[in-house]
Design a protein around this ligand. Structure first.
Ligand SMILES: *Cc1c(COP(=O)(O)O)cnc(C)c1O
Length: 351
């Protein structure tokens, strides 16, 4: 008997998340993981390494709460937004419950559910990448957690606020609604934060990995009413955040760090507008979808050809051709102005 056969059945059949890093590639322009293109600079201020860290580092929690406009008991800090996804599934789903999500969307909802042995129901987004509320309502039996990503990865659009509110009404007392706001700093006015007051079953996921340019830190947040946060506190690891992580996160959330983040966002949005315009002028491009985030979804005449020819040139993008409805589409993270220019040149050279 081999070791794989000893593992749980759902793990034997599990396809791990195809993260950008796992997919590999040899490049000098990495535009496949929605990372910020330049690293911020921090020095460690806390050098106490012999002690266990604070379970929920107070400075990080308080500063994030102030930034988000909630109180500290509405915040849970975790190892990236990804850990929040898993905590919610582990805390709320019984073995025979299901989660529901709306593809094309972020891959970790399915991977986390499958790793926990929880069934997935899918209700595809409509042709304009919005929720199919009628179908979601029909599928809701046995569903304990509904994941909605807004702005949605990889399509880039916002889910309509009125639809999210209708979803919250529909699920009240039955299921948790997770609104994944990993990219919300690129369109801060769209946050669902204001709905927290009315919906105890709403959980909002945030991260320092995107606009804060700190993907290497592994620091994310769940925002929700205190009762929901307390449930998650029961299942999170005792010391989830290493001392250096919370040290740097606390610095990034100081006023100066927030100003830096907002400046970075403004610059990125200007670069996104340029890249969008330049892509639209290329004959191989069929459509550039509107985006509220730090990436563009682009439909080409022959997406595979564009993807592999840029890959050969060391420009690594994120192929989306296997995602439902996204044939010939590629997701391009916004890079520096120079990197974006290289993308345009490389596509122009394809004949
Ligand atoms: C990047 C991302 C996350 C979380 O990333 P972490 O690095 O784990 O914080 C969550 N949801 C979506 C849609 C993302 O793109």
């Amino acid at each position: 008997m081999n070791i794989n056969n000893l593992s749980r059945k759902n793990i034997q059949v599990l396809t791990p998340y195809q993260s950008a890093r796992r997919l590999g590639g040899k490049g000098d322009i990495w535009l496949n993981a929605n990372e910020y293109p330049i690293s911020p600079n921090f020095d460690l201020t806390d050098r106490t390494f012999n002690r266990y860290p604070e379970p929920q580092p107070q400075a990080v929690v308080e500063r994030y709460a102030a930034y988000a406009g909630v109180s500290s008991d509405n915040v849970l800090v975790s190892r990236g937004g990804d850990e929040s996804i898993e905590l919610i599934i582990r805390a709320f789903c019984e073995a025979d419950d299901a989660v529901l999500y709306c593809p094309p969307t972020y891959g970790m909802y399915a991977v986390s559910a499958e790793a926990c042995g929880i069934a997935c129901k899918t209700v595809p987004l409509t042709a304009d990448f919005q929720l199919n509320l009628a179908e979601i309502e029909r599928q809701l039996d046995g569903v304990k957690v509904v994941f909605v990503c807004s702005p949605n990865n990889p399509t880039g659009n916002l889910i309509k606020r009125s639809d999210l509110l209708e979803l919250l009404q529909m699920t009240a007392g039955r299921a948790i609604v997770v609104v994944d706001e990993a990219y919300i700093e690129f369109c801060p006015e769209a946050t669902m934060m204001t709905a927290l007051a009315n919906y105890p079953h709403l959980a909002i996921i945030r991260t320092l990995s995107k606009a804060f340019a700190l993907a290497g830190l592994r620091c994310g947040f769940t925002l929700a009413n205190a009762e929901l946060i307390q449930v998650l506190q029961k299942v999170i690891a005792p010391y989830p955040l290493p001392v250096p992580v919370s040290d740097i996160a606390a610095q990034a959330l100081q006023p100066q760090g927030l100003t830096q983040m907002q400046y970075s966002v403004a610059e990125l949005l200007a670069n996104r507008a340029d890249l969008q315009k330049n892509l639209e002028n290329l004959p191989l491009v069929e459509q550039v979808y509107p985006s509220e985030a730090n990436y563009l979804l682009v439909k080409f005449k022959d997406g595979q050809k564009v993807f592999s020819s840029l890959w050969q040139k060391g420009i690594i993008l994120r192929d989306q051709h296997k995602a439902p409805g996204l044939q010939n589409s590629i997701r391009v993270t916004i890079g520096t102005a120079l990197e974006n220019q290289r993308v345009i040149e490389a596509i122009s050279e394809i004949n």
